[in-house]
Write a protein that binds this ligand. Structure first.
Ligand code: ADP
Length: 625
């Protein structure tokens, strides 16, 4: 060493900070390396910039890279960069006072917390000073890029003071030498260092070498221009960050400068592993700030229903030192989340318009997530509703329509959008609920997933039109055209006389008792003798099924039974009530159970099966008499 040693006191705030850092029990100490590497990367970025403006710089040819050497014998870790470096005064100022915003916020928060909250370190990070979580002593040797500057060494054990010494023979840049604490010797092992780099600093733009070998080999693809990236590179990158073997179904590469600086690259995988029964997916998008990892597989950057996406969101507007807890209620993160979600939905909307087949493929695999979003995420509900797809009475089998398609085809006088749930297209089309729609030529959406009715009752309406389940009791279908009227008159002629029908319904209600709320004369049934309808708009039959699936105790709400008084079975029943009331009661119960089955609501089959044998027995006797 040459020259005299100067000893300087740390600024009071730094002392306070160091005291906390040194005595902290913070568990994720390894983040110190991320902080030092990003300081080095910053310094090299600054140098690159400075070089363009200077006539002459010191060590102009030194290659821009970070070298890390771990000495397991001496328990030291050394991080060397060829960045902008620091002069003596800069060393004193930058590493002796609180310079950056992360540490400032840390201290303000600490004042408010009034205690040495170890978590605060994780929340705000403490930049360079975090080295003292693992160090007995830290030495920083630095040589500024300025031609006439001198090299200096800064050294401290993190207690009250630091020393400054001139140091000759230094290259341009900064070397941070960490003498490790006894309990931190693990950081003098190359494998440990490599693992930490891969986790936090993998995409840093400068080579990071450990023992001469470059550890970060993958480029931060999201920061490159779309035109400079080949399809092959996207696929490779996806495999890398998603830890996947397949190729992505599609990707969305997007960047913006305002209102926030965002660079993001999102991938839709080929398969939906939740559908394959692998359980709930964890979020797959990580949050970066200028290529340095802030939160892996972030729960904060996208809504839960986008958990199937893989990729990266990078925003330089985020403070690097922000941590998980702080991310949760950070306004900036909330803003990012909203922007990226909207942009991704816009991407899907364009795809649905311009690449119909591609979108249908996406919908079939991941549509369930959009449905989840439509029920939970008020912010994006309208955009999500536009992306929903269903089969309908006007679509071919297996072909899908949107709610906009439906609205475009609505009949004159039709105010509502109709849907009906059923297990298959065939079951719906042959069931009682679609009869009247067929007759009146009104389109009806087929919802074939249990979640669908849930989605529709949450959406409630679309473009000002109510979404109405076709098994509602108070269905109001558009006025009939001339043709319908004729048909209706024809049907009317074969019906039971009104007084007889009234007596019959009253008696049926008595027979069925508490099972039904009401037995009513239907004006919509054509071929079926009876059907269950729901007096309550929320408790559609499908909703009842969902609720029963999640809670066996769930009691099915009282339903209405509508009967078709033109149907031979009902007409025959009216006669039988007089001739053989006991057997007529059996028939009524069976009609009710059949209607419940068609509504998908049958629960206890034993009585029903026994009763149907009784009826069959009678039928056989009749034949053989
Ligand atoms: P931050 O990086 O958030 O500003 P730090 O406490 O980590 O805060 O560092 C304080 C300052 O020290 C930095 O702003 C920078 O000017 C300087 N510095 C730290 N590390 C280096 C380095 N490797 N090369 C050059 N300057 C550095």
């Amino acid at each position: 060493m040459t020259g005299k040693t100067e000893t300087k006191e740390f600024q009071a705030e730094v002392k306070k900070l160091l005291d906390i850092v040194i005595h902290s029990l913070y568990t994720e100490k390894e983040i110190f390396l991320r902080e030092l590497i990003s300081n080095s990367a910053d310094a090299m970025e600054k140098f690159r910039h400075q070089k363009l403006m200077e006539e002459e710089v010191f060590d102009a040819d030194a290659s821009l890279e970070i070298n890390i050497s771990a000495n397991d014998q001496e328990h030291t870790l050394t991080i060397t960069d060829s960045g902008i470096g620091m002069t003596r005064d800069e060393l004193e100022h930058n590493l002796g006072t609180i310079a950056h915003s992360g540490s400032k916020t840390f201290l303000t928060e600490l004042d408010q917390a009034q205690q040495k909250e170890v978590n605060l370190i994780g929340q705000f990070g403490v930049g360079f000073y975090s080295a003292f979580m693992v160090a007995k002593r830290v030495r920083v040797q630095s040589r500024s890029y300025q031609v006439d500057a001198e090299g200096y060494e800064w050294s401290s054990d993190g207690t009250g003071s630091f020393t400054l010494n001139p140091e000759s023979g230094l290259h341009r840049g900064t070397k941070v030498i960490i003498e490790l604490n006894d309990d931190a010797f693990d950081y003098a092992k190359e494998e440990t260092i490599k693992r930490i780099i891969k986790q936090y600093s993998n995409f840093v733009s400068f080579p990071i070498k450990v023992g001469g070998e470059t550890v970060n080999t993958v480029q931060a693809l999201w920061t490159k221009g779309k035109d400079d990236i080949k399809a092959e590179e996207y696929n490779e990158f996806y495999k890398f960050i998603a830890n996947a073997f397949d190729e992505p179904m599609s990707y969305f590469h997007f960047s913006a400068d305002a209102p926030l600086a965002i660079k993001s690259l999102l991938f839709v995988p080929e398969d939906n592993i939740e559908l394959m029964g692998f359980g709930r997916m964890e979020p797959g998008v990580s949050l970066y700030c200028q290529k340095v990892l802030i939160e892996q597989h972030s729960k904060n950057i996208l809504p839960e229903w986008l958990r199937f996406l893989k990729g990266v969101v990078d925003s330089e507007d985020l403070p690097l030192n922000i941590s998980r807890q702080a991310l949760q209620d950070n306004a900036l993160v909330a803003k990012l989340k909203k922007i990226i979600t909207s942009r991704f939905l816009k991407f899907l909307k364009d795809q649905a318009k311009n690449e119909v087949e591609q979108y249908e493929k996406f919908w079939k695999t991941f549509g369930i997530f959009l449905k989840e979003g439509a029920t939970m995420d008020y912010t994006h509900r309208d955009d999500l509703a536009k992306l929903l797809r269903f089969e309908s009475s006007k679509s071919e089998e297996g072909k899908l329509i949107s709610l906009d398609d439906y609205i475009g085809r609505m009949r004159e006088g039709q105010d509502d959008i109709y849907y009906i749930n059923g297990p298959t297209r065939h079951a719906i089309e042959t069931g009682p609920y679609s009869e009247v729609f067929k007759r009146r030529d009104v389109e009806i959406i087929y919802t074939m997933e249990p979640i669908d009715d849930f989605v529709f009752s949450h959406l409630h309406e679309y473009e000002g039109k109510k979404l109405v389940s076709a098994d509602r009791a108070d269905l109001k279908l558009p006025e009939k055209t001339g043709e319908d009227t004729e048909e209706k008159e024809a049907a009317e002629t074969g019906k039971l006389d009104e007084p007889i029908a009234q007596t019959l319904t009253k008696w049926m209600k008595d027979v069925l008792g508490e099972n039904v709320k009401e037995v009513a004369i239907s004006n919509r049934l054509v071929d079926s003798p009876a059907m269950i309808v729901n007096p309550d708009g929320f408790f559609t039959s499908s909703m009842e099924r969902v609720m029963r699936a999640t809670n066996v105790e769930h009691k099915i709400a009282g339903k209405n039974l509508e009967i078709n008084t033109g149907h031979p079975l009902i007409k025959g029943l009216a006669d039988m009530r007089v001739a053989d009331e006991e057997f007529a009661k059996t028939i009524v119960k069976q009609i009710y159970d059949n209607a419940m089955i068609q509504a998908g609501l049958m629960i206890e089959p034993r009585d029903m099966v026994e009763r149907s044998y009784q009826i069959l027995e009678r039928a056989v006797q009749k034949k053989s008499e």
